[in-house]
Design a binder for this molecule. Structure first.
Ligand code: GRF
Length: 207
């Protein structure tokens, strides 16, 4: 199977990036992480990527006059690396319409709640404070609205009586590390299209 070049955008820890790299290297995802981009030089995930032989690139957003200019620089770096799909993994920036147009229907994000519940920052704490009994994570296409595009994969996590926001977040995170590879596997191994916000697989693939 052909290998798809992935670009992963991070701003911090990069554990989802690591999960994607491992899934590619294990053959679970027919892809290869061709570039990790961070808008923060201090992102711990950068060191891990470099130690693991993955090209990295730091493009601090403060070096650019506008979101559009920063995004143009990120798109150029991704293009130079031959990237076909973009995975946001803890990337703490909204993308401009021009970025989305450059990778139309090829930008994914992971969010630590069952969207459309609890979009935005600190979703695990939002869910815990609200008192839901089930939360989880969502891998979705990125569109112009925050945490909003068509859903590819969701995984649920039960909220236990003794949970804190942090313990819940930790269990959600381990599901994130399964969900992102699952979503990439689905999208890269089967023909699909988006119909009424649904990712419809055309060749009988079973979840
Ligand atoms: C994850 O919880 C992800 O869902 C959210 O940001 C966090 C990033 O964690 N978008 P990591 O950098 O992948 O470890």
């Amino acid at each position: 199977m052909a290998t798809t070049k992935l670009g992963v955008l991070i701003s911090g820890r990069g554990s989802n990036m690591q999960a994607i790299v491992r899934a590619c290297r294990a053959g679970r995802v027919p892809g290869e992480v061709a570039l990790v981009v961070s808008n923060k030089a201090s992102a711990p995930g950068l060191a891990w990527a470099a130690e693991n032989g993955i090209p990295t690139c730091v493009l601090p957003h403060r070096d650019y006059a506008s979101r559009k200019e920063h995004d143009a620089a990120v798109v150029s770096a991704l293009r130079r690396a031959g990237v076909e799909w973009v995975c946001l993994a803890g990337y703490m920036r909204l993308l401009s319409p021009s970025f989305l147009a450059a990778f139309e229907q090829r930008v994914l994000n992971i969010h630590p709640s069952l969207l459309p519940a609890f979009p935005g920052l600190d979703a695990q704490r939002q869910a815990w404070e609200y008192g839901v009994r089930i939360s989880g994570c969502t891998v979705h296409f990125v569109d112009r609205e925050l945490d909003h595009g068509p859903i590819v994969v969701q995984r649920s996590v039960r909220v236990e009586d003794g949970d804190t926001a942090d313990s819940l977040a930790a269990r959600i995170l381990s599901q994130e590390h399964e969900a992102y590879p699952d979503a990439l596997h689905l999208l890269l191994t089967q023909p699909w299209r988006i119909e009424n916000r649904r990712v419809v697989v055309l060749a009988g693939w079973q979840h």
